[in-house]
Design a protein around this ligand. Structure first.
Ligand code: F6P
Length: 537
């Protein structure tokens, strides 16, 4: 049985169009239209978005926009921004956009304007951050805090780590920031190496405050701190929490004054601009943090108001869908040509894959089409000396996003020219390749010609911004958030739940006592039994 998506007129038209497009060479498209590089580009919101190096024509775009219209991307977007409960499986609004709404705006959830609540938390975060940064906040023994350790996992870790790394240039260099996520004790052990408990602040970041990894690390942190500070009342000076679960936080011993709250309408992977960003704010200060929020909000507004033809996240989402559903591409690469963005691909993996890794529609029907793609990446130019070989000459089609900045934050000529020349060259090489005749004119021996041919016709987008900054980071994050949304709407799935993470968690809870008590009978399949047995012995 076909589901609604594959029955749409737009989908069927795209299917026909794909048959005309599948062998079309980008090289010919660029010859036919000498102005293609200018026509298929947008300069919006401080982002130069070049999408000319794609296997598309004007007709492709028109059909993709028709699909977005037919699937109600605009209506669904409006519903999201207005706080309607579009996360239907959890009966929740989806309002990460409210986290960066300017003071004075109104967004209603169940009749309550949530914007003042958001700003009250932001003000509380700013107050606390200022106290840590200035040294006004003292630890239990009266020393100032020098080390900040965020304990959290998934959305309570990846956003904070990524943002800290991305904005390190703007951070207070007299403070040490470390991040503990893994339940592997080595993560904690390494994070506290060389640190003194009386100068260390732990931020326990967990939306639910029940996550196994975070709770285990928080408990270990508490033991570590108290083994030195001795007095349990020291917890109040060295632990704060970011959570929606005040009851559990208080049980842990954290002073209710030191809880930074957020709400069920913020998904974990969409929470880096909620109080989960506390470590970011301590690192870069409240002013820079507000610049990041401004960037996020500007991209929200761009996405909300720009027509599809000028809308960066809409075009990104549609291009991804074009390759995923028609060309059969399985993955999407993201290569930031900026060292500061080295954790951006990891951040995007949760954002995109936990959101759109679903195979059942909102109506509970199993899709008969592909959904979420596999996101991966590393910063350029490092990747060029590693896996780019496969992208250039392998058998897989891997659409690629390049992200670069005109100016480096660290002016060390000629590095930036080298960096950006490489980024631009990669897109050119992927699109246009090198023919056998071109190889021969270089005098290459005939038996090596085939090995040196670059097929080309490999798609890429380039996102070019002025300089790495809190504001630009905000724009990039919101840009991907909304591209994920566009795809989720078209696929008819719910990007805002994550039920697929549950089963493994439950099974681990069954196995923990079986590892701890070797006399317990084990009744799994033969493979699982043997693994447990091997560990026990
Ligand atoms: O296991 C997945 C998940 O629920 C993510 O969606 C979330 O970001 C992460 O775990 C951490 O959850 P919490 O912030 O509640 O500890």
């Amino acid at each position: 049985m076909s589901t609604t998506l594959t029955n749409t007129l737009a989908w069927k038209s795209l299917g026909k169009h794909f048959n005309e497009m599948k062998d079309v060479q980008m090289k010919s498209l660029f010859v036919e239209d000498g102005n293609r590089g200018n026509r298929f580009k947008l300069k919006e919101n401080g982002i130069y978005f070049d999408y000319s190096k794609h296997r598309i024509t004007d007709e492709t775009l028109t059909l993709l926009f028709n699909l977005a219209k037919e699937r109600g991307v605009e209506e669904r977007g409006n519903a999201m921004f207005l706080g309607e409960k579009i996360n239907t499986t959890e009966n929740r609004a989806v309002l990460h956009t409210a986290l960066r709404a300017p003071k004075g705006s109104t967004i209603l959830v169940d009749g309550r304007n949530i914007v003042p609540d958001v700003h009250a938390v932001l003000d509380k975060m700013a107050d606390f951050s200022n106290k840590i940064r200035s040294g006004e906040w003292k630890g239990f023994t009266g020393k100032r805090i020098k080390n900040i350790i965020n304990i959290g996992i998934g959305g309570s870790d990846l956003g904070p780590v990524m943002a800290y790394e991305a904005l390190k240039y703007f951070s207070a260099r007299n403070l040490v920031f470390r991040f503990v996520s893994n339940v592997d004790g080595s993560d904690f052990a390494e994070a506290v190496q060389g640190l003194d408990a009386d100068e260390t602040l732990f931020i326990i970041s967990s939306k639910t405050f029940t996550t196994l990894e975070t709770m285990a690390n928080a408990q270990t942190a508490r033991n570590w701190a108290l083994s030195y500070l001795k007095d349990p009342s020291a917890v109040a000076r060295h632990f704060v929490a970011v959570s929606t679960n005040e009851k559990e936080v208080t049980k842990f011993g954290i002073d209710p004054q030191n809880i930074f709250g957020f709400w069920d309408w913020v998904g974990g992977r969409y929470s880096m601009s909620a109080a989960i960003g506390l470590s970011t704010m301590i690192a870069i200060g409240s002013e820079h943090y507000h610049s990041m929020l401004k960037g996020l909000h500007e991209m929200d507004e761009h996405f909300r108001t720009a027509p599809f033809e000028k809308n960066i996240p809409v075009i990104m989402g549609l291009l991804g869908l074009w390759y995923n559903n028609f060309f059969g591409a399985q993955t999407q690469a993201v290569f930031p040509y900026d060292k500061y963005l080295h954790r951006f691909p990891a951040y995007l993996q949760q954002l995109t894959m936990e959101s759109n890794g679903k195979s059942v529609t909102l109506d509970g029907v199993t899709t008969d089409y592909q959904t979420g793609v596999v996101y991966w990446g590393e910063p350029g130019t490092n990747g060029q000396h590693s896996f780019y070989q496969l992208i250039h000459q392998g058998t897989k089609l891997i659409p690629t996003d390049f992200i670069g900045f005109k100016k480096s934050l660290n002016n060390l000529p000629p590095h930036q020219d080298y960096l950006i020349a490489n980024m631009i060259a990669q897109g050119e090489a992927l699109a246009f390749g090198k023919t056998a005749d071109e190889v021969r004119t270089e005098g290459v021996q005939e038996q090596l010609v085939a090995h040196k041919v670059f097929e080309g016709n490999r798609p890429s987008s380039t996102f070019f911004l002025d300089q790495m900054s809190p504001e630009n980071l905000g724009k990039l994050v919101a840009m991907y958030e909304h591209a994920v949304f566009v795809q989720g709407v078209i696929w008819g799935i719910n990007p805002y739940d994550q039920m697929g993470v549950e089963l493994g968690k439950v099974l681990a809870q069954n196995i923990i006592p079986e590892l701890q008590d070797t006399s317990k009978a084990i009744n799994h399949d033969s493979s699982t039994n043997a693994l447990i047995d091997f560990y026990r012995k």
